[in-house]
Design a protein. Structure first.
Length: 187
């Protein structure tokens, strides 16, 4: 996407946010259409069950709908949206951890297919499978940085932590991703 296309895209989003803040449901729907799939992908890094992830995304959109009138900086919509998503996902994980006894907490095993089979994966499949092997913290920061193309400052706002912490987490997440990819390539 060219720089002028990106500026036009941000200006259009800014107008949708302004209109949505004033109660324009069509403008809000345009925001949902723009971010819904990406938000679901982000949430799936926390919640692997697709039905529960979809429910969580609906809850996020409900919160956004109720609070968008209080968003002070329309240009910060994307960061604000992901901050809400992050908070809701973390709250859900914490709630679930309190409900499930330790010995039956959900398994962190990742399905990797047939152990001895040497299957060829295209790069996107390899990346997604490797992401599944990472901790939720590592998946989250990599998704925000490389799939959502957020700046370090935006990620810092979403995660509510200093940018130095974001840089450190990003470094370790990239290392973990590199190791996961190598494991898949080496079988």
């Amino acid at each position: 996407m060219s720089d002028s296309d990106e500026k036009l895209n941000r200006a259009q989003e800014y107008l949708w946010v302004l209109r949505a803040r004033q109660g324009d449901r069509q403008a809000f729907q345009l925001l949902v259409e723009k971010y819904d799939r990406r938000l679901l992908y982000f949430v799936r890094r926390f919640e692997r069950d697709s039905d529960r992830a979809s429910d969580l995304v609906q809850d996020i959109w409900l919160t956004v709908f109720c609070k968008i009138g209080r968003l002070e900086l329309p240009e910060a919509f994307r960061t604000w949206l992901y901050r809400i998503a992050h908070a809701k996902a973390v709250a859900t994980i914490r709630r679930d951890m309190r409900r499930v006894p330790k010995e039956s907490s959900h398994d962190s095993k990742v399905a990797t297919g047939d152990a001895g089979a040497s299957c060829r994966l295209d790069d996107a499949d390899l990346v997604h499978r490797a992401l599944e092997r990472l901790s939720s913290d590592h998946r989250e920061i990599l998704v925000l940085r490389f799939l959502e193309q957020m700046t370090l400052e935006e990620i810092s706002d979403v995660l509510a932590c200093p940018s130095g912490t974001v840089k450190s987490r990003l470094h370790y997440a990239k290392e973990a991703m590199r190791r996961a990819v190598e494991e898949f390539e080496n079988g």
